[in-house]
Design a protein around this ligand. Structure first.
Ligand SMILES: *[C@@H]1O[C@H](CO)[C@@H](O)[C@H](O)[C@H]1NC(C)=O
Ligand SMILES: *[C@@H]1O[C@H](CO)[C@@H](O)[C@H](O)[C@H]1NC(C)=O
Length: 320
């Protein structure tokens, strides 16, 4: 993983597409041809197959899940898998499994190459949660089943933030992956009267308007997000702010074309970002780049029917 970090920083070099805000907006497909970049052989494109890491936690790996790994301190051993069901998660789609996820996070985060596993054939419901680092190197959050928030504002605990759901905070060197789905249950949020076109003649009505971003990485670094299906977010599907070193690959993000503000990936104040081989179909910007971003490389990302890639404060981003 330490190698990966180095690679990530090296690879995601300054290959911002020859973007000009005028022609990017609304574009349906972004497919960048490899640019002949001086004489540098270390093209980020040729290196990108190095991702994900050569030894990813394989979801098909027959390694048995052991709720009480006996060898937590040994970095040369197999990854220690912390299955949330061993921490009391039920995964029936209605029980609140937040406490189990928090406990599994604490345990997995504390060992080297710890894997927090949300296994397949389960639907885990958790409430708005901040999962904080630092974690030991090689930490993996693996969702093979379904992970989802409560269904709509009426079921959202009043004491929870309604601006964000799953937050990773101060985590360095984490992989978020799996063959599962992050289901946003966004429908009832989209139907809030305040949202565009909910009133007569395409107007908006007054009313509470916050909706949670589904996944947020905040002040974190050296992140890999890959393989997951992320859908039906109440608001932005993924948001990165104050981060450095982000590799996003093989994601499938989807929500209905008319779902309001469901940007696919939003980044701000974030450096060294690579977004590759992903499909984003949603109701707002496919990828939105806010102020304070640099070294953003996007390749083979299919956007549609959403608005394409929008760059807010592009020139500020370019110069920082
Ligand atoms: C770590 O694992 C190696 C080989 O698997 C073993 O020889 C060593 O004793 C272990 N160290 C600890 C502290 O358990
Ligand atoms: C582009 O991404 C898609 C997945 O979204 C993948 O199936 C395809 O192989 C990728 N194409 C290239 C040239 O890497």
């Amino acid at each position: 993983m330490a190698d990966l970090r180095g690679l990530l920083l090296m690879c995601v070099v300054f290959t911002f597409l020859s973007f000009n805000p005028g022609n990017v907006e609304g574009r349906k497909h972004i497919h960048k041809k490899q640019k002949s970049r001086s004489s540098n052989a270390e093209s980020p494109i040729s290196l990108s197959p190095a991702y994900p890491p050569a030894t990813p936690p394989n979801s098909n790996d027959p390694t048995p899940t052991d709720p009480t790994p006996t060898d937590p301190g040994n970095s040369t051993s197999e990854p220690c898998v912390f299955d949330v069901t061993s921490f009391g998660a039920v995964g029936d789609g209605s029980t609140d499994d937040t406490a189990a996820f928090m406990a599994a996070w604490k345990a997995a985060c504390a060992v080297e190459s710890g894997v927090l596993l949300a296994p397949s054939d389960h639907v885990f419901l958790i409430t708005s949660t901040i999962l904080s680092g630092p974690c030991k190197p090689g930490f993996v959050f693996q969702v093979d089943g379904v992970l989802m928030p409560p269904d709509g504002p009426d079921n959202w605990p009043k004491s929870d933030s309604d601006k964000q759901w799953l937050v990773f905070y101060r985590v360095d060197g984490m992989t978020f992956t799996g063959r599962g789905t992050i289901e946003g249950n966004g429908q009832k949020w989209w139907e809030l009267p305040c949202k565009p076109h909910r009133g007569p003649h395409g107007t908006s009505l007054p009313g509470p308007c916050n909706s949670p971003a589904l996944i947020r990485f905040f002040m974190s670094s050296n992140l890999v997000v890959s393989g997951l299906r992320i859908q039906n977010s109440p608001q932005f599907h993924m948001k990165f702010d104050g981060c450095e070193g982000v590799l996003i690959e093989k994601l499938s993000i989807s929500s209905p074309a008319l779902s309001p503000n469901t940007d696919g990936i939003h980044i701000e104040n974030t450096k060294s970002v690579g977004i590759y081989n992903s499909i984003i179909a949603n109701g707002d910007d496919c990828i939105s780049i806010g102020p304070g971003c640099s070294d953003v490389d996007i390749e083979n990302v299919t956007c549609g029917p959403s608005h394409g890639i929008s760059i807010v404060s592009f020139w500020i981003a370019w110069r920082c």
